[in-house]
Every structure is written in C-alpha cells, then in structure tokens.
Design a protein around this ligand. Structure first.
Ligand code: PEP
Ligand code: MN
Length: 332
C-alpha cells in the first residue's frame, strides 16, 4: 500500500508512522510518501487523519504501477529527458567493454559526430567465464570520465556487483544494473540512495513481475530515476543468443509507469540481426535503444559477434529514423 501523508505531518511524525507500519518512507514534492507491503489493504484507523491519499495493490508492483501514477515518469539521461510526454527514443551507443583510450575515444567521436549524447561502455564485466576479459575496472571508469569531460557525453556503465558500486555511482551518469546483477540487493539498495539514473536490465530468466520488483527496490528508496531495459530471454532456441521479449514490452507499456529501453544487441547476439530488431523495437514507440558498436568488432574483447562497426551503426540510425517518425517519436 502507498500512503501520501498530509503536508501538516512533520518528518518526525512521518518516521513514527513509517516505523509503526514497517514502511519505506521518502519525501516527494514536500510531502512524505510511505510504502508498505501490498498485503495491507486498509489505512489503519489511528493514521487516517494524517493520510491524504492511499492506494492498495494486489502485489508488490506499487510505485511503478500505472494504478499509482498513470503518466509515464520522466527520467534524465545526462541532459536528455526521456519518458513523460517527450516521445523521445534515446540512442545510447558504444562498445561492450572499455578496452583502451584509443578505442573509447573513437567511440566517443562517433557518438558525438552523429549528434547523439550518450556513450556506453562496461568496465566491470559480468563474464560467464572467469578466464575471459573482465574489464579495465577503475582505469576504464577514468577513461569514460575523460570522454564525458572532452565530448560532453553522458556515460552509461554497468555494475557487476556491490563491491565497486560506489565507484560506478561516482563516475557514471547512468548506472546500468546488468541482467546477471539485477538481483543483487547491495547494488539495488546503493542505487536507491544515489541520485543517479538507474537502468535495470531484465535477467534472462526473470519474470516481468520480478523485473519490476527490482525497480521497486530503487523507487522505494526515493530514487525515481529508473529505466527498465529488455535485453532478451533464454528460450529453447539456440540459433540466436537470446529471444527479445516484445510481448513483455507491450505488457510493461500497458501496466508500468517507467520508461523502457530495448537492447537488441544482447538479444540477437549477432550483428546482422541488430538493425532489423532495432527497427522492430523502434516501431513500438519506446524510450530508448542500447546498441553496441566497436571501431573494429573483430578484435573486441567481449561480445565481438554482436557489435556493429561504425559504418553499420550510422546506417542503422538512418534506418530507424523514419520508423520512429512513423510512430510519432524522435531518435535523440
Ligand atoms: C552489456 O550491456 O554489455 C551486458 C553485459 O549486458 P547484459 O547484462 O544484458 O548481459
Ligand atoms: Mn555486451
């Protein structure tokens, strides 16, 4: 249940009520908001005079539910706002991993040169094998910060686990919580307390409800800058890396008030399929695309098969622009 307390309720009193209900509490537009388990269906009588509004839910999809807030939330990716009424589809591009200054600079030049604003690149890579390239760590984050400084781009980079979350929060504009990391409570709770935008990727065996509940961890801490990212599920099919769940996207668009970004690169796993999938995603009227591109994909240290080279990335933008326009959106 979500409770909005009256503006006359003091911070001290809000904390007392929160403790009594075992609720999360944060301040929104000057008033306190409390959230407690969905099992609670009625406002306890002793608090009735202090509550201005309340919402009861069937399950723990609460703050993210359109039943609580019907309008899509506005979220900032650097200086760009998505969601709300913007009808903007942000194209976030860059390599899977930051590999060297030369490589990330070429990537930053590509993004800047195309009039885009957001650069991605992982420094702590959640690899399936411990023997694969694990990322440049802090040195990579420093390179990303340098690119932000020199090219004015916002930085999207992923947290692998909670051990380095403070570093990621310090160096990023958008903290990407990866498909394997979205259950990590340490990451989610740190993200909830931060003022960064949090991009949560759906685990490849995660239900829509579990996916949204991960977002609730961040929202209930008072951070409303949350974006969901669909990046493909594991199915019986092995010809493609994963299966992009566009049905799930339609469900989220109907029920959930968070902006949605799609990642055709990880879903497909193969560069030839990324542009056609990106067109299909764009046609759904989405808030963003996350697409991997590398100056020379053949030598990429991670996800080599799926990364577009820079010419392919530019051609992809030309193909999705008219699709976005056809559904009343603009690629930014
Ligand atoms: C990535 O974006 O490079 C990545 C590792 O993604 P995911 O968590 O979706 O596998
Ligand atoms: Mn990748």
């Amino acid at each position: 249940m979500i409770l909005h307390l009256k503006s006359s309720v003091s911070g001290l009193r809000a904390s007392e009520i929160a403790a009594g209900l075992n609720a999360f509490s944060f301040k929104k537009d000057g008033n306190y908001v409390l959230i407690t388990g969905a099992s609670m269906k009625d406002v306890p009588a002793q608090y009735e005079n202090e509550v201005s509004d309340s919402w009861a839910f069937d399950n723990d999809i609460q703050l993210a539910s359109k039943k609580y807030q019907n309008e899509k939330r506005s979220v900032n990716i650097g200086d760009v706002t998505i969601g709300g009424n913007t009808k903007s589809t942000i194209l976030i591009g860059g390599p899977c991993s930051v590999e060297s200054e030369e490589q990330i600079r070429e990537s930053a030049e590509l993004i800047k040169g195309m009039g885009l604003t957001s650069l991605r690149g992982g420094c702590y890579k959640p690899r399936t094998s411990p023997y694969s390239f694990q990322g440049m760590g802090l040195d990579g984050l420093k390179l990303l910060a340098k690119m932000r400084e020199e090219y004015g781009l916002s930085i999207v980079t992923e947290a692998r686990d909670a051990t380095h979350i403070d570093e990621i929060i310090e160096y990023s504009d958008v903290v990407q919580v990866g498909a394997k990391a979205m259950y990590d409570q340490g990451i989610l709770r740190a993200c909830a307390k931060s003022n960064r935008t949090i991009l949560i990727k759906r685990g490849f065996g995660t239900t829509l409800k579990e996916f949204v509940q991960a977002a609730e961890f961040v929202l209930s801490g008072g951070n409303d800058q949350v974006v969901l990212c669909e990046r493909g599920l594991r199915t019986f099919e092995t010809s493609t890396r994963f299966t992009l769940d566009l049905c799930g996207v339609a469900w989220l668009q109907e029920h959930i008030n968070l902006p949605i970004i799609l990642d055709p690169s990880h879903a497909m796993g193969l560069a030839f399929g990324v542009t056609p999938l990106a067109k299909a995603c764009t046609a759904m009227g989405i808030d963003g695309l996350l697409i991997e591109t590398h100056p020379n994909p053949k030598v990429a240290k991670s996800d080599a098969a799926q990364q577009l080279d820079h010419a392919e990335f530019k051609a992809m933008l030309n193909e999705i622009n008219p699709v976005a326009a056809a559904v009343g959106y603009k690629i930014v």
